[in-house]
Design a protein around this ligand. Structure first.
Ligand code: ACO
Length: 181
């Protein structure tokens, strides 16, 4: 074993294959290839990668964690009514976290926390942005603990939000307000 040296950078086209592999390994939901294409090309999606500069066997630039997010219009989102924003300003936005993951062997080092901080910092830097939000499946205790620890608020439980293998699962909607919410 070695001492990890974690760096954060943008996701690039050369990350596509490993990004797809990790999504496949970590999530119960299948994502379209168009999604991965949009992530690596930064089309409507912002993303960050975590890499371990001390990783052996030529893997020092390979993703060990990632977060992907999309900017959405507040008035078109499901939480538009939960914001304090001025309705006379129709250009208000939100950042929606699509996927967040850290590979086995790199968990509990604070990588996901750092990735969330990148998203929050980015959202705060956008003047029109009022919040960061996301959905998480109701049985994902490590992720729920993480969002609570990062001071996200649970707004609601959505019944049957996910359909996986013919089975319905609830989700929680978490939000973190920025720029006055
Ligand atoms: N040293 C030791 N422990 C630490 C450190 C540190 N420096 N920093 C944080 N921790 C602890 C935290 O306190 C936390 O403890 P807790 O479980 O008691 O809350 C725990 O480590 C986890 O925090 P992180 O290390 O920041 O999280 P991690 O990098 O392990 O990733 C994640 C968490 C993303 C949930 C991971 O388990 C994972 O990839 N799971 C599978 C995919 C997944 O579920 N993704 C989220 C789905 S929801 C969505 O995508 C919108």
């Amino acid at each position: 074993s070695h001492r990890a040296s974690i760096c954060y950078r943008r996701i690039e086209p050369s990350d596509r294959e490993i990004l797809e592999q990790i999504h496949c390994d970590l999530f119960p939901i299948r994502y379209e290839s168009e999604f991965f294409q949009n992530v690596v090309n930064g089309q409507d999606i912002v993303s960050w990668a975590a890499v371990d500069r001390n990783r052996p066997n030529g893997r020092s630039d390979e993703l060990v964690g990632f977060v992907t997010a999309r900017i959405v219009l507040a008035k078109e989102s499901e939480i538009g009514d939960m914001l304090r924003y001025d309705p006379s300003k129709p250009d208000q936005t939100l950042v929606y976290i699509l996927t967040l993951g850290v590979v086995d062997g790199y968990r509990n080092l604070g990588i996901a926390s750092s990735l969330i901080q990148k998203v929050v910092k980015y959202a705060s830097s956008i003047q029109t942005c009022r919040a960061v939000y996301l959905h998480v499946i109701s049985y994902n205790d490590p992720a729920i603990r993480l969002y609570k620890k990062m001071s996200f608020q649970c707004l609601r439980r959505l019944q049957g939000f996910y359909l996986i293998g013919g089975q319905q699962y609830d989700s929680y909607l978490f939000v973190y307000y920025v720029n006055g919410g």
